[in-house]
Design a protein around this ligand. Structure first.
Ligand code: ADP
Length: 260
């Protein structure tokens, strides 16, 4: 409750009454806390690669640059950390764009069968680089849906990218798409490392990772699934996950088919 005293006009020292404004401050506090946690997390995530870059530059300057092999190794690390920063900044920008719904008003007619095949063509080289077999079972006559086409693609790119990242060399990833009860249903399934049951409820939180070191090693930012969740919500859809540690993971996205 916000209570503001009302003073008498001719005598500001005397109070005439109190105006009380009641609002649900718990919700406001919760949102404020979420925002400040996000800023703390972002700063921390940006600081880690910057500290590393800074350290290697200093070491190079204080003599390591004389040894060509060592210098090249350090420069490689600097390049990897710079790429991480770029990905992180891109993901932060994407997330804030989606959250603010700035581009929600871009409404394309999306032909899911074609769009999904485009995504598959884009992701094949990544699967090949890990000798992962990418299977597809996409209904070729999926009805069109309406929304931001780039965002729709991003859902599948992020899910496939994760499946490839968290599946060991030689594994399998499968993308299935069909229509059910006036919805388009997408499954992204892998034979990867899986996710412990206890981590499933927090998986879509920003910067939540099951294994931080592993995520860093495979170039993760911790924002991929948060982005997916917001996009799915923008399509009024739902996302579910089913996983077994050591055996694999399956994400299921359901998007309602609307007329426009
Ligand atoms: P990251 O950039 O770390 O991959 P995400 O938001 O995309 O972040 O995913 C959050 C976490 O969920 C990951 O760090 C990983 O631990 C887990 N995860 C996501 N997809 C999979 C998957 N297909 N198999 C196993 N673990 C996964």
């Amino acid at each position: 409750i916000n209570a503001n005293p009302i003073h008498l006009e001719h005598d500001p020292t005397r109070i005439m009454g109190i105006v009380a404004i009641m609002e649900d401050v718990t919700e406001i506090r919760r949102l404020e806390k979420m925002r400040s946690d996000f800023v703390t997390n972002v700063s921390h995530e940006l600081k880690t690669p910057l500290t590393s870059i800074n350290g290697f530059v200093e070491t190079l300057k204080s003599g390591a640059v004389e040894d060509r092999d060592v210098a090249m190794r350090f420069l490689d690390i600097i390049e990897i950390e710079t790429d991480r920063l770029k990905r992180l900044i891109n993901d932060i920008l994407t997330l804030s764009e989606i959250e603010s719904m700035e581009t929600k008003f871009i409404v394309n007619e999306i032909f899911p069968s074609d769009t999904l095949m485009e995504v598959v063509d884009f992701i094949i080289p990544l699967a090949d680089s890990k000798e992962i077999e990418l299977f597809t079972d996409i209904d070729s006559a999926l009805p069109s849906i309406y929304g931001n086409r780039d965002w729709f693609k991003q859902i599948v790119i992020n899910l496939l990218d994760n499946s490839i990242k968290y599946t060991p060399i030689g594994g399998k990833v499968e993308l299935t798409a069909y229509t059910k009860d006036n919805n388009i249903v997408l499954h992204v399934k892998d034979t990867g490392i899986g996710i412990p049951k206890k981590d499933l409820p927090r998986l879509f939180e920003r910067f939540y990772r099951v294994d931080k070191a592993r995520s860093r090693k495979v170039g993760g930012t911790g924002l991929g699934l948060a982005i997916v969740k917001y996009i799915v919500l923008s399509f009024n859809g739902k996302i579910n996950v089913d996983s077994e540690e050591g055996n694999g993971t399956e994400f299921i996205v359901t998007i309602p088919i609307t007329s426009s």
